[in-house]
Design a protein around this ligand. Structure first.
Ligand code: FES
Length: 174
């Protein structure tokens, strides 16, 4: 009787709960390529300042954002990333002068490749963060994690032969 009353009061409860649970339980894996001189240092500044941001991020340090290639990003998606961020110094601050301009070119190519694979554009992001911008770093990571949560797990997870061991955090070494 009680359950009947509840179902009358709250129709479609099961579907709503299932959707909510799915959204709440999904913790995306985010890969961030960060340049050594600015963005990686910005992440460090956030840490030193004890700024809170989600622990979903796997940070990969590169010497310059211009070093990142489309293949790096595609590999990250292949290995289970739900989102990839690419971050470097602001224009004019790159230690290799034109590195971040190169990053923009490479990012545009990557965006097209990712689109061709059916991966949503929300899963890929390019941002400039300086060494002093710990607060900005923490905010960007929070925002990106929320955006990726909204689009859900990467569609590549459903592809047969997908290397799910990386998603589970297991080593490939046996
Ligand atoms: S050194 Fe940071 S973008 Fe080039």
């Amino acid at each position: 009787m009680e359950s009947q009353e509840r179902s009358v009061e709250r129709p479609y409860t099961d579907e709503i709960e299932t959707k909510d649970m799915r959204e709440n339980s999904f913790e995306p894996k985010i890969v961030v390529f960060a340049c050594n001189w600015c963005s990686y240092a910005g992440a460090d500044t956030a840490g030193v300042g004890r700024l809170q941001y989600p622990p979903n991020v796997r940070l990969i340090r590169v010497m310059c954002s211009g070093r990142v290639r489309p293949a790096f990003v595609l590999k990250a998606f292949e290995l289970g990333a739900d989102g990839v961020m690419w971050s470097g110094c602001h224009f004019g601050d790159c230690h290799y002068v034109f590195g971040n301009y190169r990053a923009v070119e490479q990012f545009e190519i990557t965006k097209n490749l990712v689109k061709m694979l059916g991966i949503e554009k929300e899963r890929l992001r390019l941002e400039w963060v300086s060494a002093a911008e710990g607060g900005r770093w923490a905010e960007l990571i929070k925002e990106f994690v929320e955006d990726v949560k909204k689009v859900g797990p990467s569609p590549l997870r459903k592809v047969q032969g997908f290397k799910s061991s990386m998603v589970q955090g297991k080593s490939n070494k046996t």
